[in-house]
Design a protein around this ligand. Sequence first.
Ligand code: GTP
Ligand code: MG
Length: 150
Amino acid sequence: PDRTFVMVKPDGVQRGLVGEIVSRLEAKGLKLVAARFEKLPEQRVTEHYKEHLSKPFFPSMKEYIMSGPVFLMVWEGRNVAAIVRKVVGSTNPQEAAPGTIRGDFGIDIGRNVIHAADSPESAAREIGIHFKTTEVFDYKRIDESVLYEY
Ligand code: GTP
Ligand code: MG
């Protein structure tokens, strides 16, 4: 099955948006298959954001991501990585469309509430960084037979 990695960032947790975000993804028809609440160690933040290591904003982003607990999740569903990116919206909340998570709940690019893997390949890599295979669960949502045509 298609899977993606999603994380409510410290600002999202501190603003009480975990439930709202989980609800939106559940309502879309996606299936939550793993979740953990955790303050990330430096080594995993660096691994997770390694494509951004040399960017000017990296040091402050790392400090912010490590500043409080984050809510880590794996979601499942057909084409889930692309779907979640649309539900999340543009990186800069100021440009994100209303109706998206960042468009509805954020203002600042450095406090954009949520992370979602940008492709199935990134998703597989990020799931491997944050979850053991035994922490990802397989079960059936009772609406699956109605949600999809095929
Ligand atoms: P993620 O889902 O968090 O990976 O965001 P994204 O895929 O929409 O954007 P990208 O991977 O390019 O950037 C990763 C994160 O770095 C963003 O979510 C922002 O929090 C932060 N970031 C990106 N660009 C900037 C910037 O120009 N300034 C600052 N302060 N932060 C930035
Ligand atoms: Mg990204």
